[in-house]
Design a protein around this ligand. Sequence first.
Ligand code: ADP
Ligand code: MG
Length: 288
Amino acid sequence: LLSPDLINKIAAGEVVERPASIVKELIENSIDAGSDKIILKVENGGINYIEVIDNGTGMNEQDAKLALVQHATSKIDSIDDLKNIFTLGFRGEALASISSVSNLIIHTKTSEGKPILAFNKGDRIITEHGPARNQGTSVIVENIFDKIPARRKFLKSDITEYKNILNTFLKIAIPHYMIGFELHNNSKVVYSIPKVDSLEKRIVQFYPNLKDRLIRILFDDKGLQISGFIGHPEINRKDSNIQYIFVNKRSVTDPIIAKAVKSGFGTNLMHNQYPIYFINININEDKV
Ligand code: ADP
Ligand code: MG
């Protein structure tokens, strides 16, 4: 029988493939907590340091402790809830898994409560009174896989890991335009982007060159809405880097949809050219 700690470390491989997967889980938690400002700070491609700071609901002491327990979640209660998931997370695994392969500290405060620190010490979860802070939560993750050299070996260079983080950040920040985001890499501010009231404004925040060169698309039929923007054919690219598909604001990659978009461009697309697109498919959660 494997020890609980070893079970966690093995299971963690599913959640924590690389620093970008940690970034995804932490930002999604901040979104689920109702934040409208989220700051991401990374160092050395996230391998040494990841911090996500939000202004969401925060957690009280009891919840901060539970947050680090495997299969503990505030997002679903019963099997029926699985049919209607409106949050990005629901498995209650991310923080426990990340914590088992790194040094993780939660610093959190609810509107009325006192500031709390929560972290693992050996097999125990410790909570204590923390330094003053505003309402919200910061999660700091340091030294990923330090204790598991076999996994650390699979991490790529800092630059490659950072590129993955940047892609993950964009995939989440673009559809969630009602949230302000900051990205700091090795103490340099890469993006500092206020919240806006439309997808179009958010796209232009990240891609200023696309201003006035976006074509709105909209398809609306029973229970299915496809909306977003495609780039004007004159600005097609030599690579497929600016192609985003979301299902209910979750980023997906789908070759069938990609092919459909490409064929929609028809003869406007020359050989070796790739269209630009930001497409959100809205569909009832119970149909996903
Ligand atoms: P899940 O998101 O699937 O529920 P996680 O392990 O990611 O599982 O988080 C566990 C729980 O910790 C969440 O259900 C939530 O209640 C709480 N939590 C995590 N991050 C935050 C945050 N940034 N703000 C408030 N609560 C959080
Ligand atoms: Mg989560």
